[in-house]
Write a protein that binds this ligand. Structure first.
Ligand code: GLN
Length: 201
């Protein structure tokens, strides 16, 4: 199995480390030719508007859209979730996204940097709770009929907010399992990749 990690900006290393722990081969994706042969793609956290700009400048935006439309399995964390959305709220007017999951995502939904927080979440497909780190995180405000909700904020001011979703072989979380060192959400993604049996031409 070969998983690409989008590496134009953001927290690439944490995903590399998590895949290393799972003994999954990975490749940094910076240019179009890096998509060839991938079985899945991770879109990391970072700054979605910066990533959007770099994807556009690097000529990766359309190839990524088309790879996802062809069936490349993908997992977006935080800014990566924003990029996978079909609609983004509270972003820059010139920002682009990829439309791989039928959902509206609100950027910086939980507040400012100081409002970053951690929580233990139930996550469909993973046993027990997942320690989740939220950093200027988005949340999902609407999901289409084909989207499964994997996780919600369990308690507190934002209880019930949707923070994990899946549509077919594409999934996204508002939080960063790769930062807390937990490998189970990535293992869940790897099982989707395995089932999909897709290799990008
Ligand atoms: N707030 C960032 C954005 O809008 C996302 C933060 C993150 O990826 N940790 O892109």
């Amino acid at each position: 199995m070969l998983i690409g990690i989008l590496a134009v900006q953001g927290g690439v290393r944490e995903h590399q480390r998590t895949l290393d722990e799972l003994n999954i081969e990975h490749r940094a994706v910076r240019r179009v030719e890096h998509l060839e042969g991938l079985n899945g793609l991770i879109l990391p956290g970072g700054e979605s508007t910066t990533m959007s700009k770099l994807l556009e400048l690097g000529g990766l935006l359309e190839p990524l859209r088309s790879a996802l439309a062809q069936g490349l399995p993908a997992y977006g964390t935080c800014a990566g979730m924003i990029l996978l959305a079909s609609q983004v709220l509270n972003t820059r007017p010139d920002a682009h996204w990829l439309g791989a999951i039928d959902m509206d995502v609100r950027r910086n939904a939980f507040g400012r940097q100081v409002d970053s927080f951690e929580a233990d979440l139930d996550f469909a497909g993973v046993e027990g709770t997942v320690p989740a780190v939220f950093i200027r995180a988005p949340w999902v405000e609407r999901v289409g009929d084909d989207v499964a909700v994997l996780s919600r904020v369990p308690s507190g001011e934002h209880a019930g907010a949707i923070v994990g979703v899946q549509q077919g072989n594409v999934m996204a979380t508002s939080f960063h399992p790769e930062v807390s060192g937990d490998t189970r959400v990535h293992a869940y993604f790897a099982s989707l990749v395995e089932q999909a049996g897709y290799t990008h031409p």
